[in-house]
Design a protein. Sequence first.
Lengths: 223, 270
Amino acid sequence: MDKVIIAKDLTLSYNTNETIINQCTFDINSGDFVFITGASGSGKSTLLKSLYGALTPKQGELVVGGVQMNNITSKKLNFLRRHVGIVFQDYKLIKEWTIEKNVMLPLIISGYAKDVSEVQVQKLLTHVKLNHQLGKYPLELSGGEQQRVAMARALAHNPIIILADEPTGNLDDYSSQLIWNLLEGACTQLKTTVVVVTHHIPETMKIDYTHLHIEHGSIYEVS
Amino acid sequence: MKSLKNHFSLIAALFTILFTVQVYKVLDRSISSYEENLRENYSIVVISNSALDNTSMTTKFSLIRSIEVISPEKVIKRLEKEMDKTSLGLLRASLPKFYKLSLEHYPEPSEIEVLSSQLLNMKAIKRVESFSQTHDQIYKLLILYKGVTQIFAFAIFIVTLLLIAKEMRIWQFQHEERMNIMALFGAPIMLRSAVLFRLAILDAIIAATLVLITFAVIVNTGWVEPYFNDINIHITVFNFATDSFVHYGIALSLSVILALMLIVNHKEEV
């Protein structure tokens, strides 16, 4: 199976001397569903940041989707990000844009034709049960609905990887379950690799998954 | 409302720069027109023993545009009653030639000094007379005004430029979140900054159009030109073809350059 993420002796730190992730080695296969857990401040989000290029490895090697993340150029980073879908705890939707335009964002960036984009957005909003809301603005929706919009946006450009940082952290049980179903669906139906940073793995997971745990700067797989 | 206020700040700053540029242009044009008047009225008279050739003189002295013979007949006519024809003939033959020199541009006193000494070095030329004292003083005063205006214009330019940069920084804060989100999905820098550019270009067009309207009103009400006409200065206060082009050019270039500087200095924060 193809490895979509390869980390070898990976060390991550911010500008301070404190090392967050220390010489960790792990692989993630294409089509895997991976949970990354750990206590608050353990470095889960830091690791995720390095996967979408917001943080450059201090030492070691990190390859995401075949792209070497050490000393990555902005051109290559943009290229990689056009093949990655990202979901955040705080949704990160553009407030001034309608739901439709928010979901269309990755398609605009990838240069899809307007009519193709509109069909795709309509399909995705139907998939997340928000097709009746496409003219609304993010702040007119509930937290759960906003996260479903963020999910639709993450799926819009058929990414090879979805990275989710605490995607259900702000949601009630019902909305959380909808998000987990969408992430599972992306993995099983679209064969997309899904990496989720979370405090708790939901008990309702219906698919096999890999569980990586971070503790004291080390990453290990929980069997 | 807040956004409108930010727009107004940038438009006002750009308007100030463009207005200053146009005022400076009007002053520059009036000085050029005055120089032209002075040049036309500037008198240098050369007295020569032999005839001077226009082509050789203009070739030899770049400052000279043309030479014109001053006829002595007016003076001779006055003597007709007192002298007989033979004496008048002798006088006519012995009189030196008088020439009025026209110049290429209004000269600096030093240029006149050099020209005079070079002319006097020619064997045929006996005397060179120039009449410039009053003109020099007024001209020097105008040049002084021009210099002072230049300094003020430069100061206004710098201050308003800083104001524009500050306004754009505020814009950047307002658009930062959207730019960061777009960056997360791989948007190239120009796409992320498209709104910033669009706003900068829009405000530049509005500011330049306002300056155009302001000067159109000034020109049409006709309260500026009479003041210039009174001192025999005839200028175009606002040339709608060339001046508009310059103003749109300055406004667009400034706002685009400043927007580019902001974008280059922008740091992605996620």
